[in-house]
Design a protein around this ligand. Sequence first.
Ligand code: ATP
Length: 226
Amino acid sequence: MRRIGVLGGTFDPIHAGHLALASAALEAAGLEKVDLVPSFSPPHRPSHRPAAHWHRFAMVVLATTDRPRLLASDREIRRAGISYMLETLRSYREDDTPAVPLLILGLDAFAELPSWREPEALVAEFDLLVASRPGVRKEEVLQGLPAWLRRRISPLPELSQPPAGAGRPCGGRIALFDMPPYTVSATEVRERLARKETIKSLVPEAVASYIVKYDIYGGGYPATGE
Ligand code: ATP
């Protein structure tokens, strides 16, 4: 069965940290590809009003055009409604060519997982790959986890193998791994735009041009200038 990574997020906008995370996960878990899945409507109300989902999706498409194994997925947008990750992961079973999805998360998102919809079902049914993120302390996150979540953490190499025991489906394992640090966040990109500062090097060039061309975050910013 094909193993593919699923990286969900608001992608408001997609940035270099998302791309580095997807690429690092691809290699770390020996995945065939990684789907980047912009949410239609995030379950937790963000502190700001996100850009329209079609713009967030378009930016993911632009950011991944020259990366053959990273794909923009519109499955949460097509489903509409609140974007619950458990539903998204289960939806892969209905595909014409079913694949086994592995959920990719940064450590900050992982720390929030207990507040997601049916988190115990999610971690029982699917494998998770959790990457380090600058400014988020691994030890603190681990200490704050409920026992039912902590006890599923296993060494990284295990994730690229099927679970021990004949016929056991993938799922139920969580691996943590360290990726090269990228301090960028979407909040930083939006804040820089608001201050009319450059976002060069934080997002791919095509995304920076798109933000300016369609004035995604308001104001006609010199997003690619110095
Ligand atoms: P915001 O600043 O608006 O909260 P964000 O930069 O955290 O956004 P999201 O779209 O919320 O981006 O994140 C999607 C996923 O990517 C999450 O699992 C998050 O942990 C991960 N992620 C985002 N940026 C990084 C980064 N720089 N390093 C590692 N993981 C990251």
